[in-house]
Ligand binder design. Sequence first.
Ligand SMILES: [Zn+2]
Ligand SMILES: [Zn+2]
Length: 483
Amino acid sequence: MFFITDFKKKSCLETISKQVGQLQLEPPVVRNVQEAVTLLGRKDVRVNCLDEHGMTPLMHAAYKGKVEMCKLLLQHGADVNCNQHEHGYTALMFACLSGKKEIVWMMLEAGADTDVVNSVGRTAAQMAAFVGQHDCVTVINNFFPREKLDYYTKPQGLNTEPKLPVKLSGPLHKIITTTNLHPVQIIFLIKENPLLLDAEALKRCSAVLDLICEKCMKQRDMNEVLAMKMHYISCIFQKCSAHLQEQENQLDPLIKSLLKGREGDCFPVFQEKFIRESIRKFPYCETTLLQQLVRSIAPVEIVRVLLGVGNIGHIALNSSLAAAESDPMDLTPQRFSVLTQAITGQVGFVDAEFCTTCGEKGADKRCSVCKLVIYCGQKCQKLHWFAHKKVCNILKEKREKQELEASKEKKRQERLAERELKSAESTASQEEDNGESEASTVRESDSTVEETVTSAAAAAADDDDDETSADPIQPDAPEGAGQ
Ligand SMILES: [Zn+2]
Ligand SMILES: [Zn+2]
């Protein structure tokens, strides 16, 4: 990537540009950004120059995931929507390929157009999904420019009053751009801001959300995903507003009822009902998204009945504790995942842990007793305890029983492998005269077999006297034993 117009300066600038591309490598990190600052300050350097593939410096920086460099280039007027690339890629698309959420966000804030397609007709979000960068898809799907919200803070048409008081725009914007749609999490965000903790304020916000929802559906490029999200948050605001009026400005009782579990399996019925009702109340019933959602809700009910679990099984089925899979006591909080999935575009619930209380991703604090439910922190654990305490001990017993069974099964497998090994050994010693080549072919052909054999060999080596010393797999044994 070149910043240059003057041929004579090319080589030195090229070197710097190349260094810029390696920003994240060891020490020269700061030095390179500073050099780029100097470079961008020069009159003969164009921030939007193109290389032979039609790529701008911003595209390069986005592709390589250089956060600071992107920031710098944007500050210097880099065109976020430059579309001269040979395959029609934009800086946003490159950011998606890099998988760096913050760069994607930065591009969006700088006004990146999300509807542009590349030469094969893919948008940035579709490209991100294609390469498995689901977090980037989520960022794009949940982006809502502040200006679009600020529009409602000015009186429109014949109105003398704005629909949204200026002071509410910031707090509301924070909520509508959130990617965690768990109702409890949204109530946390409301509680966080005293301006929102007011029945009247919430009503006004809700009305604005309904207007945005309508706009999303009626504009030329209809956006049902965003419309559904606005509608859903609006439903939560209405609920909170009603509760604030009834319950003397308290939202805690509402949180409690959302977390309260059903007798027997602790399934939060009220929460589930609330989400379902919100989806059903979506005013545009002809949309494909709604139909999809309704269709995916139906099987949830069935799965729940089948498994006796209160979720669609994403977490349950991928849980590290296979035990949770068909455990009627499973408490993972993914009731809202159908909706979340549809709205945020998150499909990869795999390998992610979600807080039982608020649905926050990346929760890693387990209940110390049952070790089956996870929370993002102590606050959430405390909030959930009134519901969880009824099943915690039962869950603990179940887990212990399952662990015991698993360890028995493991021992059984080990004994089996040991026996197989012994018979293999006797065959091998018979064939030894024919050369060792055959044995090594077997080992190379299947590494899992090899591992089993190796660890079994280690186990055997401990117990048995060395009949096996001549075996070719002996040197690996200590390693296998450590596993
Ligand atoms: Zn939490
Ligand atoms: Zn517990």
